[in-house]
Ligand binder design. Structure first.
Ligand code: SF4
Length: 311
């Protein structure tokens, strides 16, 4: 599906976890109330008329939205071909929510999973018991027939065992994997005592990701997507990067998103707002499609890792 059909809908900033790398800011969390049902249905309808047919539900924890079933039902009815929820999985534990949402058109859940070790997962989420609730949620989603993708933010606490985590979850009926690098937004800048414990350089994270790729090869599985990693740090892997856009460079940003404050914006413009390039980047063969360096990362780690790759 082309990017033009995507509508990213941030239903609520509320969440039942306190993940250290959550990029929702304190100000956004203070908004409190989720976006109103009538308002969100109006926007979903408007974006469908504008050509979007791939709805992505985000948050906060979108499964906590009071009428999440109604949102899926309405989106299916007006012609969205695909509905994906980005979730920590815990709201699906021990209940029928997954099968209800599946009935109303949910076809994919992208579940945040941080480790195969309960104590590591729980330390990252800030909530004791979240690992086992997430596992139970995975079971419910799988039983309901929702396709599950694994998404994992690579950080200091889970890096050394990333290949073991990958191997553990490869056997759990998961159909896609994406490894993210940390974004220096939200709690990563607002809670430095916690975030210092997670911080890792992009080169270190890239090294463990390369090791984990061996697990996919051994299992003859498709390789994972990589997001927020830069091509100069993983030059042989740009085809896996979901935010490296050489073909789209210079083309209009046609995806839409809406946040709980009701403001509608463009997807790329929001995701890459404030990104920076170095003077030397002009000599890099990847400059055209590179999404740029996170300024928060530059402030913490400096620019030494980012060397232009020869044309
Ligand atoms: S353009 Fe700059 S930041 Fe991007 S890949 Fe090349 S050297 Fe790295």
């Amino acid at each position: 599906m082309s990017e033009t059909g995507i509508y990213e809908c941030y239903l609520t900033y509320r969440c039942n976890q306190r993940c250290t790398f959550c990029f929702v800011s304190e100000a956004e969390r203070a908004v409190g109330a989720p976006i109103g049902f009538k308002s969100i249905i109006g926007k979903i309808y408007k974006m469908r008329k504008a050509g979007c047919d791939d709805l992505r539900l985000l948050g906060g924890e979108p499964a906590m939205y009071p009428d999440i079933t109604g949102v899926c039902a309405a989106a299916s009815k007006i012609g969205y071909k695909s509905i994906t929820i980005f979730t920590n999985g815990t709201c699906f534990a021990g209940n029928e929510l997954a099968s209800q949402l599946k009935k109303y058109g949910l076809d994919r859940a992208n579940v945040s999973i941080h480790s195969h070790k309960p104590e590591v997962h729980d330390k990252i989420t800030g909530v004791k018991g979240s690992f086992y609730r997430m596992l139970s949620g995975l079971d419910s989603l799988r039983r309901a027939g929702v396709r599950i993708s694994f998404i994992c933010v690579v950080n200091f606490l889970n890096a050394t065992e990333l290949n073991r985590t990958t191997a553990f979850f490869l056997n759990k009926g998961i159909s896609g994997f994406t490894f993210f690098f940390t974004k220096y937004q939200g709690r990563m800048v607002e809670e430095p005592t916690r975030s210092d414990k997670l911080s890792i350089s992009m080169s270190e994270a890239a090294a463990v990701v390369k090791k984990a790729l061996g697990v996919f090869r051994r299992h003859k599985m498709p390789l994972p997507g990589l997001e927020h990693f830069l091509p100069c740090v993983l030059p042989g892997y740009v085809r896996l990067m979901t935010d490296y856009f050489p073909a789209e460079a210079g083309k209009p940003d046609t995806g839409y998103l809406v946040h709980p404050d009701g403001i509608t914006a463009r997807v790329y413009a929001t995701a890459y707002k404030g990104r920076r390039w170095l003077e030397t980047c002009s000599r890099c063969r990847f400059r055209r499609g590179c999404c740029g360096i996170d300024p928060g990362y530059l402030a913490k780690f400096g620019s030494r890792e980012f060397k232009p790759v020869k044309k």
